[in-house]
Design a protein around this ligand. Structure first.
Ligand SMILES: [Zn+2]
Length: 101
């Protein structure tokens, strides 16, 4: 995945941010999880979770959205602990729901 020019450096150590994504196959479709982490200290930004049907096209619209959201989190909201906690809670709720599918 090519490096976004818009990513800020790590807020903790100034290291180089690395956008990444994972696909978790579920019975009724695939879940795309994207986040940005620091290549130096491995600080991790909030994960964005997007749902897609059985077919995943690498580089597709949803993929781009996942990366865009993960990068936005990394750039703007990663330092806000309350927002971060909210996101983590939402993420937990979502993954619990998804586990039940
Ligand atoms: Zn770092």
């Amino acid at each position: 995945m090519k490096q976004s020019q818009n990513l800020k450096r790590c807020p903790f150590c100034g290291g180089e941010p690395i956008p990444t994504s994972e696909i978790s196959p579920k019975l009724s479709g695939n879940v795309i999880e994207a986040y940005v982490f620091c290549g130096e200290c491995v600080a991790q930004g909030p994960t964005t979770t997007l749902w897609q049907g059985p077919e995943i096209l690498e580089g597709g619209e949803l993929y781009k959205r996942a990366y865009a959201e993960a990068e936005e989190f990394w750039n703007g909201r990663v330092m806000d602990k309350e927002v971060l906690k909210d996101l983590e809670d939402t993420r937990e709720k979502l993954s619990k729901k998804l586990e039940g599918i």
